[in-house]
Ligand binder design. Structure first.
Ligand SMILES: CC(C)(COP(=O)(O)OP(=O)(O)OC[C@H]1O[C@@H](n2cnc3c(N)ncnc32)[C@H](O)[C@@H]1OP(=O)(O)O)[C@@H](O)C(=O)NCCC(=O)NCCS
Length: 157
């Protein structure tokens, strides 16, 4: 096992333009379309941390704060918040920009738990996470609390 990987080594930012195929007839982008983009970037970030196949085990929270409209530029910012043994929590912040006015809103956010798999589909240990900045350290602590709550919850079932 190597010594660990910095948060910044796997973080990603991606921007997409919202088209009518993403939306209902009133022009509101479907929540499911945003979930798909969140799943995709969370998997890409987890892949970059683990450098192997990953699957999503759970989505702890997916909050939609503001509507996203056709024509908006959707920016997804994703990074690993925490690493367990074989799992990684990836946090994704979704911002929507009206390209005509430049107004930007925090449209949604989510926490996805991704699990690294070996070639046989068995969970595989991943490198530890090196949180460098104060923000990364705060996110790490908050994600650890969420993980502990999640594990307690799973034990009770
Ligand atoms: C996720 C999956 C690989 C876990 O397999 P498993 O046999 O339960 O493995 P384990 O019990 O050893 O758990 C492995 C890790 O996953 C975590 N995990 C398992 N189920 C979880 C859940 N529901 N939510 C969050 N984390 C979970 C465990 O806490 C553990 O983390 P750690 O190693 O960092 O401590 C398995 O349930 C699976 O393949 N699920 C389907 C995934 C998939 O196809 N996703 C796409 C959407 S359909």
């Amino acid at each position: 096992m190597v010594n660990g990987k910095k948060v910044s080594e796997s973080s990603l930012v991606s921007t997409r333009w919202m088209f009518p195929s993403d939306a209902n007839p009133a022009g509101n982008v479907f929540g499911g379309a945003i979930v798909r983009y969140v799943d995709e970037i969370a998997a890409a970030v987890a892949n970059r941390h683990a450098r192997c196949n990953v699957v999503i085990a759970s989505m702890d929270r997916m909050d939609f704060h503001k509507p996203v409209k056709v024509g908006d530029l959707l920016t997804l910012k994703a990074s690993v918040n925490h690493v367990g043994n074989t799992s990684m929590e990836v946090g994704v912040r979704v911002e929507a920009e009206n390209p005509w006015t430049g107004d930007v809103v925090h449209a949604a956010s989510a926490y996805a738990t991704m699990v690294a798999l070996d070639g046989k589909g068995i969970p595989k240990r991943v490198q530890r996470l090196i949180a460098e900045t104060e923000e990364e350290k705060r996110r790490f602590c908050e994600a650890e609390n969420r993980r502990n709550a999640r594990l307690d919850n799973m034990k009770r079932k």
